[in-house]
Write a new protein. Structure first.
Length: 134
């Protein structure tokens, strides 16, 4: 199996992030939230502008994981005002790639970026019934 590498995302990754998001969100949340709600959330939170803004924001860090030059996962972290902590906004891996350590690899990139920013505390929120994300 081809090695997975993580790197900083760039604006050209928007479509790939959307592809992974669609697959992961439907696999995880269709039974929990319903397919229509998932489609609505994807349309609002994952439109071109929203993803590009996260990728290019100076105070946020956005990473992608690639296997054979194809994006298979992503992570996005940034400040959570007004509290003085950071929040892991998103960490998703394509369902075909689950249980291969890609999420851990992305989380290590996030933690290194936070360390580099002198951030000592961050939070993660997970939907209770999301057994994949726990």
């Amino acid at each position: 199996m081809t090695k997975v590498t993580a790197r900083v995302a760039h604006p050209g990754d928007v479509e790939s992030v959307q592809r992974v998001a669609k697959a992961a969100w439907h696999a995880v949340y269709d039974e929990i939230l319903g397919e229509d709600v998932v489609d609505q959330v994807l349309g609002e939170w994952y439109d071109d502008d929203a993803i590009a803004a996260g990728i290019t924001h100076d105070a946020q860090d956005f990473f992608v994981a690639e296997r054979a030059e194809e994006v298979v996962g992503y992570a996005h972290v940034g400040p959570h005002p007004p509290r003085r902590i950071h929040q892991l906004y998103r960490l998703y891996v394509h369902p075909d790639e689950w249980r291969d350590g890609i999420g851990r690899q992305l989380l290590a990139e996030v933690e290194q970026a936070l360390y580099d920013r002198d951030v000592t505390l961050y939070e993660v929120e997970v939907v209770t019934d999301n057994t994949i994300g726990v």
